[in-house]
Design a protein around this ligand. Structure first.
Ligand code: ADP
Length: 323
């Protein structure tokens, strides 16, 4: 191996930069040249590459977002787009590509692998919905940002008899909501992975006050079947019988901004280096992920097109702890 390229794709996640740094320095340590691709797959199509040296990736381990840029690139999902990308990679003498990104991005790397180009995926998404790893880069930071909001809202919820609902990101996966809900001692957690009606959320919040609590707080995943929109409508229609107001906070993109946590930086560093080691061992067409503490590889063909749900059995634990 003489020359590889690295890109970040899809939704940005805190820790992507630490992964770019680890891939770059890991590869340089083996004597390879490294090219950074700008703006994900869009840069592959536009032939937008820059050489990366050790100093180019200095001072980025602590920054969120991605210094390489990211973009959605629908053309890449079509064969002519990928043919253009493959021709640009070949013209530059690039022998392998490391793709740092989430579910969609790894479908892209799987397509490249299927078409014969050596690609290795590094799981990076706040949603933590990828198979082939226990936890993806960015989701620890997103949980901590959500948790901080939950803790702050609990203080104000305790001062007034009001119910609070916090909506957090995660697309169709409830992992962030589940973890932040457990860590924040939420009275109710609503996930896409489970059925729940607005009436049940309202009843559980009311019951928390009846048990003598001074606050009642629900953490709602953005993809939950009982979303904040349905909840607000329900509270609007039943204000009198419920007896207290609901205040809703939608965290939105705040959840994935800011500096990456220590856990995300270490995870990204381990996975970036593991991606390089995987290529050095002659393996590709795989995702590197931490599974039960170990960096392991899973064929990209096995993980794409699937979504790993949050472990809804933990909801029972959360329910007991909210007694
Ligand atoms: P994420 O990686 O965060 O899930 P997206 O779903 O937006 O983000 O995917 C990022 C990019 O990956 C897309 O813009 C597209 O270029 C590429 N991609 C997504 N799905 C496919 C696919 N099935 N085949 C090839 N490329 C894909």
């Amino acid at each position: 191996m003489k020359k590889i390229a690295v890109l970040t794709s899809g939704g940005d996640a805190p820790g992507m930069n630490a992964a770019v740094r680890a891939v770059t320095r890991g590869a340089l340590a083996k004597g390879w040249a490294v090219m950074g691709v700008r703006n994900g797959y869009a840069g592959l199509l536009a032939d937008h590459f820059d050489p990366l040296q050790a100093r180019d990736v200095g001072g980025i381990i602590q920054s969120g977002g991605t210094v390489l840029g990211s973009a959605r690139c629908p053309e890449f999902a079509q064969p002519p787009g990928r043919a253009k990308a493959l021709s640009n990679l070949s013209n530059r003498g690039i022998e392998a590509l490391v793709v740092i990104g989430g579910n969609g991005s790894q479908s892209g790397s799987a397509s490249l692998a299927r078409e014969g180009f050596p690609a290795v995926g590094v799981p990076s998404t706040i949603d933590n919905d990828l198979y082939g790893n226990d936890v993806s880069i960015g989701c620890d930071t997103a949980i901590n940002v959500t948790l901080e909001a939950v803790d702050r809202l609990r203080t104000t919820a305790s001062s007034h008899q009001r119910a609070f609902a916090v909506e957090t990101m995660g697309r169709n996966c409830g992992y962030i909501a589940l973890m932040a809900g457990i860590a924040g001692g939420a009275e109710v957690i609503a996930l896409p992975e489970q059925e729940m009606q607005p009436a049940e959320v309202a009843e559980r919040l009311r019951a928390a006050y009846q048990r003598g609590k001074t606050h009642a707080l629900a953490v709602i995943a953005e993809g939950a079947k009982c979303g904040v929109h349905e909840l607000m409508q329900y509270y609007g229609a039943h204000r009198r019988s419920i007896g207290f107001d609901l205040r809703v906070t939608r965290l939105g993109h705040v959840v994935r901004g800011g500096i990456p946590s220590a856990a995300d930086r270490v995870l990204a560093t381990r996975l970036g280096a593991a991606a390089v080691d995987t290529l050095a061992a002659g393996k590709h067409g795989v995702l590197v992920g931490i599974i039960r503490g170990e960096a392991l590889v899973t064929p990209l063909a096995e993980i794409t097109g699937r979504m790993r749900p949050a472990d809804a059995s933990l909801l029972e634990l959360a329910r007991v702890m909210a007694m």
